[in-house]
Ligand binder design. Structure first.
Ligand code: 5GP
Length: 184
């Protein structure tokens, strides 16, 4: 049993530490190749992407800069609120730069649609999306994902930066959150 547990909740492993590391390495190599010679600015969408972002930029063997954009989405619930709030803006000017947005998970795509439209008003040279996970519900909002870690079933996942009510972010792998009557 993994030590991070909360009463009445269990996490079923979906992607191990090794599986994530292998995928992140492959994504990093692809990104380094495709952005060769470009002024790359990677933008982590907080809070969920912090762990993925840290591993991904280390896997990109090319010059780049790092910035973060804070957004709030779910609150303490497992369903989207549909409301996107910027909690922390970028710290640099993005005009004329090649942006790579780094997200933990694209579900309905509402958050990403909002962010892409919001950032487009600042005239970057290009904007692409790299997400660790994608749920099939994104098919409805048609967000274009240039780099994707894994497509997952329509279940609520936690770990590797993703939370439930602020918890589980420090779990080193990704798993499905399950509620049980007994604790442990
Ligand atoms: P969307 O706007 O695409 O529906 O949702 C995007 C955001 O919802 C993600 O950045 C993430 O914060 C949250 N989210 C969506 N699905 C999940 C999930 O399965 N687990 C967790 N922890 N967050 C999720």
């Amino acid at each position: 049993m993994y030590p991070i547990t909360y009463p009445g909740e269990k996490v079923r492993m979906l992607y191990s530490v090794e599986a994530i590391a292998a995928r992140v390495k492959a994504l990093g190599e692809q990104i380094a190749k495709e952005y060769a010679g470009k002024d790359l600015l990677t933008v982590g969408i907080l809070k969920g992407s912090f762990m993925f972002m840290a591993d991904l930029v280390r896997a990109i063997d090319a010059p780049l800069e790092v910035d973060f954009l804070g957004v709030s989405s779910y609150g303490n619930h497992t369903e989207t609120s549909g409301v996107v709030k910027i909690t922390h803006d970028l710290s640099c000017d993005i005009e004329g730069r090649h942006l790579l947005l780094v997200e933990d998970i694209v579900d309905t795509g509402l958050t990403m649609r909002y962010l892409l439209d919001f950032l487009a008003t600042r005239h970057p040279a290009s904007m692409r999306l790299c997400t660790l996970l994608e749920k099939p519900s994104n098919a409805r909002s048609e967000i274009e994902i240039a780099y994707k870690g894994f497509s997952i079933p329509n279940e609520f996942v936690v770990g590797y930066g993703l939370d439930y009510a602020g918890r589980y972010r420090n779990l080193p792998w990704v798993g499905v959150l399950e509620f049980s009557l007994t604790s442990g």
